[in-house]
Ligand binder design. Sequence first.
Ligand code: SF4
Length: 185
Amino acid sequence: MRRTLFESLIRRPLTEASPGADAVALAELASHVDRAARGRLGRSLSIRAVDAGSCNGCELEIHALSNAFYDLERFGLRFVASPRHADVLLVTGPVTRNMREALERTYAATPDPKWVVAVGDCAVDGGIFAGSYAVAGGVHDVVPVDLHIRGCPPSPTQLLKGLLALLEPAVASEASSTDSAPATS
Ligand code: SF4
């Protein structure tokens, strides 16, 4: 028992180290999202996950973000239950015809400024379900998409890298505004 207690004091946390922001995601965001909106969203983002018709593989990886190993909330990112409280819609799957209206209404219910992140190959262009009579298309065929995180499914680390890219520009603009702000005593 004493040994366990001692080890818990000196051992580093088992939480995954921050993977850093994804360079490709940063480039995509830079070309899509205006700087003022990034500044308003700040360094803390609320995420509403929307399953628009996925096989649930992407959801399993998204769920893993909340476990103690990936611990999404230490970065200021958290999942919320309502689009009215969200800054980011995290959309998975091809958009099925049944879910098309639900996605449109969820997008409309999310206050501006907002970002849409399409997660998984299916969300990009329908993936392996493209061409099915039940599929309306990728997420961008229904609502505007700001960032794609590819993979089938993307790993939690890939998801984290993409989500951290959402925060990165805000950090940069915040730093530059701090640099230019007059010093206060
Ligand atoms: S990208 Fe892969 S894991 Fe995700 S919904 Fe499509 S088939 Fe499933």
